[in-house]
Design a protein around this ligand. Structure first.
Ligand code: DAH
Length: 340
């Protein structure tokens, strides 16, 4: 028995010395000291020994048991400490490490342009209203006097979420939301993203930006619209900028117009950028708010009049910074972004 116990203990010590983690230790503990472990089995045999051998055998087994336990516990502690040390070493952060090129970013050009536009209108006394990118057919088309067969309503032009809910194809829906609040007079701009089912090319993107302007009060006239636009364009591009008004049609304005600005490259002389016309591409659509639109929002169109326009913010950025491709605004090419 004594020899047997000694061998068992030596084997246990040997196996323990190879253990690499606490799980190995647990396995050894089960093999020797578990319910059916080698030492436990010997313990069970004591009852079958002759009475005079029992005390000695019991003492020996208990001592072996204690030594086995101690060996395992010590190794387990050592392993835990080693693992902790290793973990700490792996997770160390070198706070003294030096990094070159630690660039800090800035607003994208399109957001800079949006902020610049909003500031110009705020300085003219306009409220800036937060817009909703997802809106209803009622706000986007119906209350804006758009006929049932207007092409913009079709799914080939506009992204619908349900029959009644869509990604707004223009910011004009914000006119309806603001007028529905029932507070008069109104003098607001609201800018943000709009979405159209367009193929991507140098001048089109399925997502672009507009700034909507709406003024409703007594005695608002086309002269106020022109004065607002001319103040704005001079603030944005400089005093020598001229505007050109062309008649147009929008369901929500009557009369309606489109507006071009002097080509900022040649300042009107004519150059390749403007196809020698001296005028940049169309910047905005606008006009006098249609009486049907005012009435749809519960505003007395006999008493109140208004003007509105929708500005292509991407166009403004392209004209201002001489960009020949709208995709530059969205490609996230650092070589482009770093210039602004
Ligand atoms: N919503 C028009 C568009 O996306 C632009 C526009 C035209 C806005 C006339 C207006 C407006 O507010 O009065 O093409």
């Amino acid at each position: 028995m004594e020899e047997n116990l000694k061998q068992i203990l030596d084997r246990l010590k040997d196996e323990t010395s190879y253990a690499r983690n606490p799980f190995d230790i647990e396995k050894i503990r089960v093999t020797y000291l578990g319910k059916n472990g080698l030492i436990t089995q010997l313990k069970k045999k004591i009852s079958k020994l002759p009475a005079e051998e029992k005390p000695m055998a019991g003492k020996l087994i208990n001592e072996t048991s204690k030594k086995a336990e101690k060996t395992l516990t010590q190794k387990s502690e050592t392993l835990k400490k080693e693992l902790l040390k290793q973990k700490i070493a792996e997770e160390t952060i070198d706070v003294t490490a030096h990094f070159e090129n630690h660039d800090s970013g800035h607003l994208a050009l399109i957001n800079q342009t949006l902020e610049e536009l909003e500031t110009i209108f705020q300085n003219m006394g306009f409220d800036v209203v937060e817009g909703l990118e997802i809106d209803t057919v009622k706000h986007v088309f119906d209350d804006l006097n758009s006929p049932a067969d207007h092409p913009a309503r079709s799914t080939s032009d506009t992204f619908y979420i349900t029959d009644d809910i869509l990604l707004r194809p223009h910011t004009s829906s914000m006119q309806i939301r603001v007028m529905n609040e029932g507070k008069l007079p109104i003098k607001m701009v609201s800018a943000g993203r709009v979405f159209r089912n367009d193929e991507v090319d140098a001048t089109h993107s399925p997502m672009f930006h507009q700034l909507e302007c709406l003024v409703v009060d007594e005695n608002v006239s086309m002269a106020n619209l022109k004065a607002t636009l001319e103040t704005f364009i001079k603030e944005m591009f400089g005093d020598d900028m001229q505007l050109r008004y062309r008649p147009h049609h929008f369901p929500f304005t009557e009369p309606s117009l489109e507006v071009d600005a002097t080509c900022p490259v040649c300042r009107g002389e004519g150059c390749p950028a403007c196809g020698n016309t001296g005028w940049s591409m169309e910047l905005l659509g606008g006009g006098m708010v249609h009486p049907n639109v005012l009435e749809a929002c519960g505003i007395d169109s006999e008493k109140y009049t208004g003007f509105a326009f929708g500005l292509g913010v991407d166009r403004i950025a392209m004209v201002k910074y001489g960009l020949n491709d709208i995709r530059l605004l969205y490609d996230n090419d650092k070589r482009f972004l770093e210039q602004f």
